[in-house]
Ligand binder design. Structure first.
Ligand SMILES: CC(C)=CCNc1ncnc2c1ncn2[C@@H]1O[C@H](COP(=O)(O)O)[C@@H](O)[C@H]1O
Ligand SMILES: [Zn+2]
Length: 351
């Protein structure tokens, strides 16, 4: 690889897989402005910024305040459709060739939006992008830890219904929300139900230090999930680390999110290093590209600069991420073929 091509440019041109992106948190400043215009609110109506800029860190609770602002701004089917379309285009422009979005179905009685029409709006935007050659999109429905078990079960039923109807666009369930709230064990029966009907599980696990010793962590890991979101404190507990290592569970790694939300003190101390050096499957992701002001290319660049990864190592990281997508073997193979074609081009252009 010609070093004349700068690292940021290389990372942008690299075909990438994004597996951990929350819809509301991925919305860009431009889209927020469009949502404000639609709703007729000025910036002063936002009660503070909706993004955490370069070099800034904030208390863990702050992103959750921001998500609420964005969710309040997007309370109609039209706005959900628009933001989904924008988010997909932005990921594609950053070189993301396969994208798994996740989002929590919402009921907005004042506008008439229901969990069903919420999901349908996202699916319509994904459907509209179906003919795009540059990106393939799939959807996970999210359970928020604050929700009741009943609401969580409704989400699983919706996912089941749309998995069959879409068909194949809805691929799994995410468990997310403020990690300091609730007990993940409450959702075990619901998550088992999801597994039983063929939905994959990507669960936020051990995001905060207390969860390294919380009984919910071993309970969630024993399901087992198909992918671990963050898993920031798993390696602080030998027993939990052994479970994850034995099963080779893939980690969704979100460097900037963890540093900006202060669950990790610095990039150099990120648990990516621990797991990557032990050959655990790791997939670089953004979490909330809008709120944390990042891109997937930027996450690859940060990984390279912080942990000394070579360009071939970045390539391998991206290519191996295909293995951990929630799609069938046929589509995985198509993605691998595509990666190989792009690899040739990338190397030729930069020779
Ligand atoms: C520790 C910390 C602040 C990390 C940030 N990482 C996250 N941790 C847990 N849940 C999240 C995180 N980012 C987004 N979410 C979930 O995604 C939702 C926003 O996207 P959506 O409305 O579901 O489309 C939030 O309300 C929250 O439930
Ligand atoms: Zn997340």
């Amino acid at each position: 690889m010609d070093e004349a091509v700068g690292l940021p440019d290389f990372c942008r041109r690299l075909p990438k897989v994004e597996l951990h992106a929350h819809l509301s948190g991925s919305v860009s400043e431009t889209t927020i402005q469009k949502l404000q215009v639609k709703k007729g609110v000025g910036h002063e109506g936002l009660q503070g910024d909706t993004a955490i800029g370069k070099g800034e860190t904030r208390h863990l609770q702050e992103p959750f305040r921001i998500f609420k602002i964005i969710q309040d701004l997007s309370d109609t089917e039209e706005s959900i459709f628009m933001m989904t379309e924008d988010v997909i285009s932005e990921f594609a422009a950053d070189g993301v060739r396969y994208l798994e979005l996740r989002s929590t179905p919402r009921h907005m009685p004042h506008t008439g939006m229901t969990p069903q029409s919420y999901v349908e709006s996202i699916l319509s935007a994904i459907q509209k992008c179906k003919d795009r050659e540059d990106v393939v999109v799939r959807l996970l429905l999210a359970i928020d830890r604050r929700q009741s078990v009943e609401t969580a079960m409704t989400t699983v039923r919706l996912a089941q219904e749309y998995m069959l109807r879409s068909p194949g666009v809805v691929v799994g369930i995410d468990l997310s929300g403020n990690p300091a709230v609730g007990d993940g064990r409450d959702f075990i029966p619901v998550l088992k139900e999801a597994q039983n009907c063929g939905l994959k599980l990507a669960l936020h696990i051990a995001e905060i230090s207390q969860q390294a010793v919380a009984p919910e962590t071993s309970a969630l890991l024993s399901l087992p999930p198909d992918r671990v979101g963050h898993g920031t404190f798993i390696h602080h507990n030998q027993d939990l680390a052994a479970v994850v290592a034995d099963r080779k569970m893939p980690f969704e790694i979100c460097l900037t999110s963890n540093v900006k939300a202060q669950t990790v003190a610095s990039y150099g101390e990120h648990h990516f290093q621990h797991w990557y050096s032990r050959k655990q499957p790791c997939v670089l992701c953004t979490d909330d590209k809008g709120v944390f002001c990042t891109t997937l290319s930027e996450e690859y660049r940060l990984a390279a600069e912080t942990f000394g990864l070579t360009r071939p190592a970045l390539w391998d990281l991206s290519y191996s991420s295909i293995d951990h997508t929630f799609v069938g073997e046929d589509l995985k193979q198509q993605l691998r073929d595509r990666w190989n074609t792009e690899k040739e081009k990338l190397f030729l252009q930069t020779r």
